[in-house]
Write a protein that binds this ligand. Structure first.
Ligand SMILES: NC(=O)c1ccc[n+]([C@@H]2O[C@H](COP(=O)([O-])OP(=O)(O)OC[C@H]3O[C@@H](n4cnc5c(N)ncnc54)[C@H](OP(=O)(O)O)[C@@H]3O)[C@@H](O)[C@H]2O)c1
Length: 259
């Protein structure tokens, strides 16, 4: 039997990058996948790819900064699929927020997407999850929750907060048999990574091609991960074999952070 046979999984930010890889891999492992995001075309692309591979997927438009919309969409997902077993809080934004120039709106945008959004998706999902050993919340954080990215305080604060949420919720819902875990990726190839690399290159006054070897020199294995590597770990955590993990923060960073 496939590792996620017939499980209902809701993945935020499933239209691109890591979220799309998780959605495709979960579907390949037999899950019934619900994905959300703001860009309809991106969501449709993921659904099409999953269906072409013989999997099951459905898209829901959702801006995770809208708490009322979260409650509505999660209830709809549970209704459409007859329940909910796994939530992957993957939707996120990043960007520099230098302390001298950051605005309150920029700070709030990152915090309300990455931290509030994830927490209230978990709140909504936990209201629909049945108590059992294979119900899961998986939060996609970053190694920036553990090591400082200077000038990216809002991003690091949001993801450090998400790790705190992971631990507290893990304790809170343990009596229900539900697990809550975080994944802390380092660099992963995606639109977000492209934007981050461009920003660092421009701060160095270099082209992306010239900056890349310098960026990779900070990574012991000298490479960036593929989204599929994060998806493979998410499958393990979501699977029955992963039932002993809770409150954990697992690092996939090619050695950029070692815990
Ligand atoms: N790439 C990396 O190097 C890296 C490293 C560590 C952690 N991460 C984390 O991995 C996660 C996925 O990022 P990615 O690298 O795959 O980049 P990405 O391709 O930019 O994915 C981000 C996803 O989040 C969704 N999203 C953003 N704001 C949203 C909002 N307000 N409401 C709903 N959805 C929203 C986006 O969809 P829409 O724009 O369509 O809404 C998009 O699908 C993020 O949480 C990120 O912090 C990435």
């Amino acid at each position: 039997m496939k590792r996620l046979h017939d499980r209902v999984a809701f993945i935020t930010g499933g239209g691109s990058g890591i979220g799309r890889a998780i959605a495709e891999r979960f579907a390949a492992e037999g899950a019934r996948v619900a994905i959300s995001g703001r860009r309809k075309d991106k969501l449709a692309g993921t659904v099409k790819a999953i269906e072409a591979a013989g999997g099951r997927a459905r898209a829901y438009e959702l801006d995770v900064r809208d708490v009322a919309a979260i409650d509505r969409v999660v209830a709809q997902v549970a209704k459409d699929h007859g329940g909910l077993d796994v939530l992957v809080n993957n939707a996120g934004i990043s960007g520099p927020t230098p302390v001298e120039t950051v605005t309150y709106e920029q700070w709030r945008d990152i915090l309300s997407t990455n931290l509030d959004g994830a927490y209230f998706c978990a709140r909504a999902a936990l209201r629909h999850m049945k108590d059992h050993a294979d119900a899961r919340v998986i939060n996609i954080a970053t190694i920036g929750a553990a090591v400082p990215f200077p000038g990216w305080t809002a991003y690091c604060a949001s993801k450090s907060g998400l790790v705190g949420v992971t631990r507290c919720l893990a304790m809170e819902v343990a009596p229900r048999g539900i697990t809550v875990n975080a994944i802390l990726p380092g660099w992963v190839e995606s639109d977000m990574q492209d934007a981050g690399v461009k920003h660092i290159a421009s701060a160095m006054g270099k082209s992306v091609d010239d900056a890349m070897p310098i960026i990779l020199s900070q990574v012991p294995l000298g490479r960036m991960s593929q989204p599929e590597e994060i998806a493979a770990l998410a499958v393990h955590i979501a699977s029955h074999e992963g039932r002993g993990m809770t409150g954990s923060s697992t690092v996939v960073s090619n050695g950029a952070f070692m815990n």
